[in-house]
Design a protein around this ligand. Structure first.
Ligand code: FES
Length: 191
């Protein structure tokens, strides 16, 4: 006859072992991302990403209509921590004619100023070029083009999806992140 008490004891031990394996406690601080690697957070302020004024708050009044987008980063206002721990946090910003911006993207612009991820969705180059005829951001690597009047939609080249757009608002004259990126940041390799 089967020894049921022994069988039960073995099952209990097995369950305890499995439990030990499946419920390992890891301190939350080890799971958390360092704050400078986090994507731009609502309330962050925008600073110049390079050049003579690198690290200074962006002066919105200096941004001309349809000028070539320039590099920017997000910074936490209290701690002044810059979110520069990941290249996926790089931004490009410019001013557009807000009335020509497609209606569904209007709420993402702050007085005509728009911000996009700088990372091409093709194989991840920085999208640093500007097509003045099409008013489109252009990637120097394989010539993908992105329509910033239509939420970063691809209008040329091999990029598989739009550039992610970062919603902005203006608070006391300071360009501020209004919400997390719209769309996925980063790239998809296609060979
Ligand atoms: S990496 Fe931008 S088009 Fe290929």
């Amino acid at each position: 006859m089967k020894d049921t008490s022994k069988t039960k004891e073995i099952s209990r031990r097995t369950a305890l072992k499995l439990g030990a394996v499946t419920s390992v406690w890891i301190p939350s601080e080890l799971l958390a991302q360092p704050p400078n690697r986090l994507r731009p957070q609502p309330g962050d302020q925008l600073i110049y990403g390079d050049g003579d004024f690198s690290g200074d708050l962006i002066d919105p009044t200096s941004i001309k209509l349809n000028q070539q987008p320039f590099p920017a980063l997000a910074r936490e206002p209290g701690s002044l921590l810059t979110r520069d721990g990941s290249r996926l946090n790089r931004l490009m910003i410019t001013r557009i004619d807000q009335e020509k911006l497609l209606e569904r993207h209007q709420k993402n612009a702050a007085e005509g100023i728009v911000a996009f991820s700088a990372i091409c969705t093709h194989t991840g180059c920085d999208v640093t070029n500007w097509n003045t005829e099409k008013l489109a951001m252009a990637c120097p690597c394989h010539e993908s083009m992105f329509d910033i009047y239509n939420g970063g939609t691809v209008i040329g080249g091999p990029a598989p999806r739009p550039l992610a757009m970062l919603p902005l608002n203006m608070k006391d004259g300071i360009l501020t992140v209004a919400a997390p990126f719209r769309g996925r940041v980063g790239f998809t390799q296609q060979f």
